[in-house]
Design a protein around this ligand. Structure first.
Ligand SMILES: *Cc1c(COP(=O)(O)O)cnc(C)c1O
Length: 844
């Protein structure tokens, strides 16, 4: 393939002046030393920001530095795209509705290995490097763990030199910014694009049309084959916006391609009644709305039309783009599955099964059976949840109205699939009904997880326990029918961002202790074990932790006004707020502890600082009430002179990747206390572990494997197992019995009900207390006593500084398994069959 426009940034494009335009001779804008950087930063400041240094704002400096760094990625980016295009390579296509990529500048400097030089250059320009970095608005293109996982995987794909592309949506408004006002969460629109995004390059020439609504018409072609034409009511244009993803210290620079929706020019006035100008404008508005806003998850009322439209929009653009790349390579359609491995990150992109069939059968006249074989061989599906309420389904009327042709295709897939089930399990109609792609009970719905499973060659869960439960519960019938299709790939996180970038002091200590290779080969971290009891090393280890806690202390103060003691045990729970994650269990424990201190002021307790962070879905009233409770407890505890030297409670607002950089490295204790069987994997647990926090947790998700790796003696385990949770529920769980049988718990619930943490308001927390006493769907009360007992063990262990430090060191030493490099290697070998491709930079 020749130098096409696929993902290679064209530096001579007038629409996207990447400052290289201004230089004609020499290897411009590629010098990695501080002097070259300094010169180009000033150049970009003037030529792109139109500012002289004397009047430049910190944001101008950020933009100038960001463009200078991007310039240095371009050569690698072009070379990568061209190499992948020219070679016989299979491309990993990661389809995800979310990519929570976090701030780009610091990470790109780390990948290029020019962080120190950039710091020196900015210093020479009289700028404070860290505050310039802090200018970056984070792209909030995800809700939490699932979106962050996709971002970690992009980082590892590039670091491992895997030919890959990420496909997603360029939301104009990402996840809302969270503010705390009057102890409640308030959602504020995330205007991340307001000041411009220096990392993206728009490709107006890489654009596709996506159809919506209307009806289908059948005809018979010259060969007597059935041909279906979808007469759409509306079409939307998807335009590619590309973000480079540089691999750590390699030449590979992959692409994250995000689709923005635009109205189709002149389509409206042609195809609608001429003269209906206002209708045309209205349709334009709808088209431009498609990629406007990211949906917060955990919303009770799912099934939003716009959400399904978003999913179809980005999936259709992505698959059309893959077919375009295939054509550019000169490969026939039949080779699609040899050239692409598409991974579906949860069911959000699962419409890909039907859309790929449509593109192959309707638009490329591939016979159904052959198209089905191509589809199945190219797609694979990652399941992320066992919570039945989180499994996506769409009502038939909505589906038919929005995507009539896709529904016909799903019916045909289902007809053939059900034949297969009937053949295999003759007469078992109950099984047929359970497995069908259409849920026929009540108002009929399309089951997207079933569609994804039937249309994929591989289905995987995201931690060993989750993958096992998947086969026993929601996917049981499928796992019986096709056991060979089911896999586990335990999640991972990138050690570049979550160690090297966010904890540079730890990184330096690791470099000195086990050598620099740990960053790409984290099994090297095992070398720390030999130092775990070395007093001098322990002292250095503690100094790093203390320094990180001091940094967080300063941020807590500026964000909340609360003064905390960096010498206290930092006990941290940061993640989305959800009942299954049980932030309220933690809050109940704190209230109980507070009561014990009040009743017995002489009680010795090492100072503890409880830090919470996380967003609640705007429509999830109980989660917002839990935030209110935490802030209510903080208000009371922090202002009570009797305990405030020993106990502090902080709700850190707006937990996002940027804030996470300061939070994970500062933790002594990581709270991973979800009801067993509910957290698919968790990845926050891994970030804490890597940074030397000890875990208090249940046997849930990847906690199980964390405990296996670190050793049970270095993990604070409590609570019912997944099996026991099910047993308790089967036996008829009566939460009130647990309250009645535990005086402290009873007292805690009474304090909440009495308005102690709601400024005297006895109504505010009634829904929370009543839900706990009457239903308690996540067994908070059942696990309370054991959690308290386990926290006692934590307090005791914290007293022994040397032993605590020993355990902390072992947590980092044994965290290697949880690098996303390991996870991506498993996807490559077990599911995608893709190997690394070395990128050579061409001689100019
Ligand atoms: C890692 C991460 C998460 C996921 O946290 P869990 O504890 O696994 O739920 C969510 N949000 C952000 C910003 C993260 O970095």
């Amino acid at each position: 393939m020749t130098a096409d426009s696929t993902a290679a940034p064209s530096t001579d494009s007038g629409t996207n002046a990447t400052a290289s335009t201004f230089h004609s001779a020499g290897p411009a804008r590629s010098g990695m030393d501080a002097d070259a950087l300094q010169r180009d930063i000033v150049d970009n400041l003037i030529c792109l920001q139109a500012r002289y240094p004397a009047i430049a704002t910190p944001h101008d400096w950020y933009m100038a530095l960001a463009y200078s760094v991007r310039d240095r990625m371009l050569e690698r980016w072009v070379a990568t795209v061209q190499t992948h295009a020219a070679r016989e390579v299979r491309l990993a296509c990661y389809l995800s509705a979310e990519f929570l990529i976090g701030p780009q500048l610091g990470n790109n400097l780390v990948s290029l290995g020019i962080e120190a030089n950039a710091r020196a250059a900015m210093q020479a320009l009289g700028q404070d490097f860290d505050s310039i970095l802090a200018q970056e608005e984070e792209p909030g293109l995800g809700n939490g763990g699932l979106g962050r996982l996709a971002a970690c995987y992009l980082d590892s794909l590039a670091a491992l030199e895997i030919p890959a592309i990420g496909y997603g949506i360029r939301y104009e408004f990402g996840i809302f910014d969270q503010e705390i006002r009057d102890a409640w969460q308030v959602e504020v629109t995330d205007k991340w694009l307001q000041m411009g995004n220096p990392w993206e390059i728009v490709r107006p020439d890489v654009a596709f049309y996506v159809a919506f609504g209307g009806h289908t018409e059948s005809t018979t072609d010259a060969q007597g084959r059935l041909q279906v034409r979808w007469v759409a009511a509306n079409k939307v244009k998807g335009v590619a916006y590309d973000i480079p993803v540089a691999g750590f210290h390699v030449n590979t620079c992959n692409t994250l391609r995000l689709w923005k929706s635009e109205a189709v020019e002149s389509f409206d006035l042609q195809d609608f009644n001429a003269g209906d100008y206002y209708q045309a404008v209205q349709d334009k508005v709808i088209s431009e709305t498609l990629s406007k806003v990211l949906y917060p998850n955990d919303e009770p009322e799912a099934g939003k039309r716009l959400r399904l439209a978003q999913q179809y929009f980005f999936v259709s653009c992505s698959l059309q783009d893959m077919l375009r790349l295939l054509d550019l390579k000169g490969e026939p359609t039949e080779r699609f599955a040899d050239m692409f491995a598409a991974q579906l990150n949860d069911t959000h992109p699962s419409i890909a099964v039907a859309e790929l069939m449509r593109l192959l059968v309707d638009e490329r006249q591939v016979p159904w059976d052959e198209a089905w074989d191509i589809t199945r061989r190219s797609l694979a599906y990652t399941n992320h949840t066992l919570l039945p309420e989180a499994l996506e389904t769409w009502g038939l009327p909505l589906f038919r109205n929005l995507l009539p042709r896709l529904l016909e295709i799903i019916y045909e897939i289902n007809r053939r699939f059900i034949d297969e089930v009937r053949q295999r399990y003759g007469g078992d109609e109950a099984r047929v009904a359970r497995m069908s792609l259409i849920d026929e009970r009540g108002d009929k719905r399309v089951r997207m997880a079933h569609l994804a499973t039937v249309g994929s060659h591989a289905v995987n869960g995201v931690a060993a326990l989750h993958s096992a439960l998947l086969k026993q519960t929601v996917m049981r019938d499928f796992a019986e029918m096709w056991p060979e299709r089911f896999f586990n790939v335990t999640n991972g996180v990138t050690p570049r961002r979550f160690m090297l970038l966010c904890n540079p002091q730890l990184a330096r200590l690791l470099d000195e202790t086990v050598g620099k290779d740990w960053i790409t080969d984290p099994t090297q971290l095992r070398g720390l074990e030999a130092h775990a009891d070395d007093a001098a090393f322990q002292e250095r280890w503690r100094r790093v932790k203390l320094s990180n806690k001091e940094a967080l202390t300063a941020r807590i103060h500026s964000a909340t006004g609360i003064v905390v003691d960096p010498g206290a045990l930092f006990d941290i729970q940061v993640k989305r707020i959800h009942e299954y994650k049980r932030q309220h269990l933690n809050a109940l424990f704190i209230i109980g502890l507070y009561q014990r201190l009040r009743n017995n002021p002489q009680l010795t307790l090492a100072p503890r600082c409880f830090v919470f962070g996380g967003k609640a879905a705007p429509g999830y009233a109980m989660a917002k009430l839990i935030i209110r409770l935490i802030n209510g407890v903080a208000e009371v505890v922090n202002n009570d002179p009797l305990v405030s030297d020993r106990l502090k409670v902080v709700f850190f607002p707006d937990f996002n990747v940027k804030n996470a950089h300061f939070i994970y490295p500062a933790a002594d204790l990581s709270e991973q206390i979800s009801t067993a069987g509910k957290e698919a994997s968790g990845t926050g647990n891994m970030k804490f572990m890597m940074n030397g926090a000890l875990t208090i947790g249940t046997l849930d998700g990847a906690n199980v494997e964390i405990r296996e790796q670190v050793g049970e003696e270095n993990f604070f385990l409590f609570g019912l197992s997944a099996d026991q949770v099910e047993q308790v529920k089967r036996d008829g769980y009566r939460p009130a019995d647990y309250a009645n049988g535990n005086a402290e718990l009873r007292e805690v619930l009474k304090l909440i009900a009495d308005g102690q943490f709601s400024r005297g308001d006895r109504e505010m927390f009634r829904p929370l207390v009543e839900s706990l006493l009457q239903f308690d769907p996540f067994l908070v009360l059942a696990d309370y006593a054991d959690y308290v007992a386990c926290q006692e063990r934590v307090s005791a262990a914290w007293q022994d500084v040397r032993h605590w430090t020993h355990m902390s060191i072992l947590n980092t030493a044994r965290a290697g398994k949880f690098s996303s490099d390991r996870a991506i290697s498993e996807y490559c070998s077990q599911i995608w069959n893709i190997r690394p491709v070395r990128i050579d930079l061409e001689q100019r």
